[in-house]
Design a protein around this ligand. Structure first.
Ligand SMILES: NC(=O)c1ccc[n+]([C@@H]2O[C@H](COP(=O)([O-])OP(=O)(O)OC[C@H]3O[C@@H](n4cnc5c(N)ncnc54)[C@H](OP(=O)(O)O)[C@@H]3O)[C@@H](O)[C@H]2O)c1
Length: 169
């Protein structure tokens, strides 16, 4: 079962100039708590956006790229390779971005952990609006947190019509 995790603003914006829009410590801690010891799947650009372009420590980093990768990660050259890899993985599998990878894998995910930040940012990368998506249903929502700079909520959406992995190509 695939899950995804993402932080969005009020327009479902997620990034600009290959960087995140937010650095909310509590959100990053939650991301770490959920993904530590698990598998994380990302696009090459998201890997490059990490500090020093390095894979996330203490996680099984799976990176999609049609080109060679210098970093020590599990490299999938296409979605077919990812499809074949998935049954061999143990633990949770989190899709962690970016826009391109989210869009290709969204239909195959069973759940989405969405941090909604109450802000409107300049952006060039977006996530599909799950509130307007027929198949996706909000299952759980936290109260509003306020870290002194921004307000945000943690939301879990469920996909009512998960596409079978066999269709991933
Ligand atoms: N807010 C959040 O939670 C969040 C999380 C993650 C990322 N982001 C943001 O998202 C933005 C990056 O998103 P992005 O869409 O530009 O890039 P991306 O999805 O991270 O990476 C795209 C790259 O992945 C590879 N790729 C995509 N589809 C593939 C396929 N089917 N097979 C093989 N390789 C494939 C290609 O790499 P090659 O060109 O090497 O072939 C492609 O250029 C940044 O601004 C980042 O900060 C936000």
């Amino acid at each position: 079962m695939l899950k995804l995790i993402v932080a969005v603003d009020e327009n479902w914006a997620i990034g600009k100039d290959n960087e995140l829009l937010f650095h909310i410590k509590e959100d990053l801690m939650r991301f770490k708590k959920l993904t530590l010891g698990q598998n994380v799947v990302m696009g090459r650009k998201t890997l490059e956006s990490m500090p020093k372009g390095a894979p996330l420590p203490k996680r099984n980093n799976i990176v999609l790229s049609r080109n060679e990768l210098a970093q020590e990660v599990i490299h999938c050259r296409n979605m077919g390779e990812l499809r074949e890899l998935i049954p061999q993985l143990t633990g949770e599998i989190y899709i962690i971005g970016g826009e391109n990878i989210y869009k290709q894998l969204l239909d195959f995910c069973a759940a989405a952990e969405v941090t909604k930040v109450q802000a409107q940012k300049q952006a060039d990368a977006f996530f599909p609006n799950l509130d307007e998506a027929e198949n996706w249903q909000l299952e759980e929502q936290s109260g509003v947190y306020n870290n002194g700079e921004v307000k945000y909520t943690f939301n879990r959406y469920i996909n009512k019509k998960v596409r079978p992995l066999g269709e991933l190509e």
